[in-house]
Structures are given as C-alpha cells and as structure tokens.
Design a protein around this ligand. Structure first.
Ligand code: GAP
Length: 502
C-alpha cells in the first residue's frame, strides 16, 4: 500500500488536502491524473446508469433520471431520516495518546484472565497488530505468548475489569482508554448570520435524502412511473472517528446513489436485479478478478431500514490493507418504504409522498432498492487493481487501468524533436484531443517517455519517427504487453475509438 500511496503522490493522482499547512486528517485532493481517473469513474457510472438503455429483469428498459441536490438541506430532513437521532459511532478516547478510535474497529490481544495484560490494536492493520504483539512479549514469556496470541477479541467484548488492564494502540500505560461513547457523525454548520440552535444545519452524510425529498417533484415534472430510479452523484460528509487507510475512510467523499422505486410485491426481483447488475458493473470497468466479491449481509448486520427487507449486500474489494479480507465499495439495500414514510410523517405531506398507480388503481408508498457506491473507494480500488510491478520496465511498475478508466488515453511522441516529427505529432495530438485527453511529449528519451506513460497507466503510445514522414505510418506501443505495431496515421483515431469503446 505504501508503494501505491507514494506513486499516487509522485505522479499526481492523490495528495493530502492542504499539505502546505500540515494537512488535515481525513481529507484528500485529487491531482491532475487522479481528477481524470475519478471523473472517468463517475462518467461511466452516469452513462451506464442514467444515459444508456439498461434492460430490467423482464427485458424492458429500466427508467432512471438524474438529480443534483444541495449539500445543506433543511435540518428536518435529517431528523426524519434518523440521522440526528441515530447516525452514531461508538468512540473511545485514549487519555494518554489523546487519540480517538472507533470502538468497533479495535481488537484486543491477550489472555482471558481478569488481571492479564491486554494490548489493543486496530483491526485490519498489520503494523498495529505487530506493535501489540511486541508490547505483549515484554510481559509474557514467549511460550505463554503463543497461547494468548490467538486470543483476539473485539475490544467491545472486554469486561470493565479487563478494560482497566488494556493498553491502547498508541499508549504505554494500561487503563487509558475511555468507555465507548456515542458520537454523531454529521458535520454541523450554521445558515445565516446568527449562530444558534435555530440556524444549525448539517452537511449531508449521504446523497440519498435529497432524492427522497424530491420524489414527488420528479414524479410531477417527468413521465417516470414506478418502477423507476432517481440517480445522483455528489459529495457526502461524515466526521469519521478514525479516518484511515488512505482515501478509504475519509471525512469528505463522493457517493453515486440510485433510489429505485418499486411496488412492494416486486422487491425480491428488483433486489436480485440490482445486486447482480452492480456487481457486473464494477467488473466491467476493470475489477474483474478475484479481488472483487459480493457478500450478502447476515440478519444481524442489517440497517434499521432494511430489517424487514428483501436483502442487503455489499460489493467488496480486496484492498492491500484489508487483505486477505475485503472492504466495502458499494452497498445494495432494500430500504423498504422507510424513507418515504418518514418524510411523509415529518413533513406532514402524507399523500404527496405516496404514489398513485393508475393501472392498479392503488395509492401506496413505493419500496426502494438502493445501490449506493463510493466514488473515492472506487477510485482507490481502480488504483490498487491497476498497480502492477514489473522489473523488466524502467519504471519498475505500470498502471494497468481499463482503457475506459485510464486518465490519459494516449501518448503522442515525436521520436526526436526535429526534422518535421514534432509538427506531425502535434497535428495528430490536436486531432485526438478533440475527443480524449492525450499527452503530447517531445522531451527526453523514448524509454523515459514510455516509463512516464506506464506510471500514468496510458494504454497506448503513438510515436512518429523518420518512417512516418515518408509513409504516413506511426508506431503504436501497447502498455500491457509492450508490443509494437505500425498503423497508418489516418487510422489512429478510429483505431483508438474502437479500443476505448467510444
Ligand atoms: N445511502 C446509503 C449509504 O450512504 P453507506 O454504506 O453508509 O450507505 C455508501 O455508504 C458508500 O459510500 C459505501 O459503500 C462507501 O463506498 C462510501 N462511503 C461511506 N463512508 C465513507 C467514508 N467515510 N469514506 C469514503 N467512502 C465512504
């Protein structure tokens, strides 16, 4: 993971936010390559979910329209959605290190004996576990450590007495971790000049509620009829207790969500449709191998709105920091009619939130299947999947992005920066630039230019050499195989369009 983070910095995929002032924990900026990568991911989602025709379970096209709602909404929205009352994480403070952790992310290592020393470490964090083992070694003989090493329990399972003997992940003394306390994850702000309870508002913690609040507006202003979906891509904010693992758990991130409204009787069918559809979509953009998996939730994991539902699952990716386990990329949940009912009740617009089905002559609250994906986690998964060490290359690594996701689609190089080659290369570059981001690079040796493009994950490079001027052909170099072939310069645009699927 360190190598990926370092490449991201060096090549301008991702930087820490406001680094010149020492950064700010849980916030990340995308550099020139990263901004393109993330934009390609979001565009692909919008194109495939909203713009292109998608066949539903019975083969008829699925109806989805887009919205773009505000980040700050009337705070009553978040009372109705349950976020004011219940969007909490249990948090634990360390009195010694002054650090704060999510209680459910902490694990305890040590014997089940009332006075035994217990080392607490961060779940899915090999360094933290190694530190805990080393610290425990000081207090246990090696043979007895082997016996306790396997006694790993969630921190929340420790008794109060055991907690008094627990040493925090970044502490030296036992007993410095506080009892878990509930902590609301919504960022607060104030609207207008006066800062008091009445002007308090929240930065949205999910994009979904803007969709629910506009349910009737969309019905009234378009021709959509149940079953149909409303899609939105946008920023969401959560004051995560322990932001970590690069962009995986950030405090500001982007979601791509669809609320798909259905008749309650068809929940099973639509849930299965979206589960399979979303899994296939992530595969289609390059996460096609064993690192992607689909996991149905157990009943005990279901969210409050999904309890009585058809199901809930996560599309998960095996990130380097979760391996051999997986981390969530997207959740697909049957939210039942929870949100529409809540908004009907809290807004007092009971009938407005219901749908009138003319064919059935029935008025009801539609149920909702919600595929909710993270665009920053998606971008991170694309970066991790693409990262391919290769000792045979000068760069030692190349980024094997799916061509549709690659930030730069082609490199255009004159072999030498003279003899008419730069002019021919620039002309080709200008032609391709009308459709894609391509990089014209006349500097350095050709090997160094290929190396730069390998690190950027550019799938194809076109080189104009002495031959090109005579016979109007160029050399194409394929990123993954490093194989080269010659094609006519007049064919380059069509050749590229075919391979980029555009
Ligand atoms: N509307 C449902 C909802 O928000 P969620 O599982 O809390 O569900 C959906 O979030 C997706 O948003 C997650 O699968 C993940 O990709 C992304 N996400 C959630 N919290 C995040 C965080 N702190 N940092 C980055 N991405 C996050």
């Amino acid at each position: 993971m360190e190598e990926i983070v370092s490449l991201c910095r060096r090549r301008g995929f991702i930087f820490g936010s406001s680094e010149i002032y020492g950064g700010i924990n849980g916030f990340w900026d995308y550099g020139p390559l990263g901004a393109e990568l993330k934009r390609n991911l979001k565009s692909a989602w919008w194109e495939d979910m909203v713009l292109r025709e998608l066949a539903g379970p019975d083969g008829t096209p699925v109806d989805i329209v887009g919205v773009d709602c505000t980040i700050i909404m009337n705070p009553k929205v978040w009372v109705a959605s349950g976020h004011v009352g219940g969007f909490n994480d249990p948090m634990v403070d360390c009195r010694e290190s002054k650090l704060r952790y999510r209680a459910d992310h902490l694990m305890a290592l040590g014997a089940v004996e009332p006075r035994a020393r217990i080392q607490v470490f961060l779940e899915n964090d090999a360094d933290s576990l190694a530190r805990a083992e080393k610290a425990l070694l000081k207090y246990e003989r090696r043979d007895s450590l082997d016996a306790v090493r396997h006694l790993v329990r969630p921190f929340t399972a420790l008794s109060a007495e055991e907690r008094a003997h627990a040493v925090g992940p970044d502490a030296k003394e036992p007993g410095t971790l506080t009892e878990p306390r509930q902590f609301n994850l919504m960022f607060e702000t104030f609207v207008g000049a006066i800062r008091d309870e009445d002007s308090k508002a929240y930065l949205r913690p999910e994009t979904a509620q803007g969709i629910f609040a506009n349910f009737q507006n969309v019905l009234d202003s378009t021709r959509v009829r149940v079953p149909f979906g409303i899609a939105q891509i946008g920023k969401a904010f959560r004051n995560e207790v322990t932001p970590r693992n690069f962009t995986f758990r950030s405090r500001e991130f982007e979601q791509a969500e669809i609320e798909f409204f259905i008749h309650p009787s068809s929940a099973n069918e639509w849930y299965a449709f979206w589960r399979d559809q979303r899994y296939k979509w992530w595969q289609s953009i390059g996460l096609a191998g064993d690192n992607l998996t689909l996991r149905e939730h157990g009943r005990d994991e279901l969210a409050h709105y999904a309890k009585e539902g058809a199901g809930c699952c996560d599309v998960e990716y095996r990130f380097p920091f979760t391996a051999p386990g997986f981390g969530e990329l997207e959740g697909v949940a049957h939210r039942s009619d929870y949100d529409l009912r809540q908004h009907a009740e809290h807004s007092g617009k009971r009938d407005k939130m219901k749908y009138f089905d003319q064919e059935r002559s029935e008025r009801y609250f539609p149920h909702v299947i919600e595929p909710s994906g993270g665009m920053d986690r998606g971008t991170l998964a694309l970066l991790c999947e693409a990262y391919t060490p290769d000792a045979t290359r000068p760069s030692g690594v190349f980024m094997k992005f799916h061509p549709r996701m690659a930030p730069v689609k082609a490199g255009i190089f004159p072999l030498v920066n003279k003899d008419g080659m730069p002019e021919m290369a620039e002309k080709l570059s200008r032609q391709l630039r009308t459709r894609w981001l391509v990089e014209f690079d006349p500097k350095q040796s050709i090997g160094k230019r290929y190396a730069r493009m390998d690190e950027a994950g550019t799938p194809y490079c076109f080189t104009i050499d002495g031959e090109s001027l005579k016979d109007q052909t160029v050399t194409v170099r394929h990123r993954d195989t490093q194989a080269q072939e010659r094609i006519g310069v007049d064919r380059v645009e069509a050749w590229l369009a075919e391979r980029l699927g555009a």
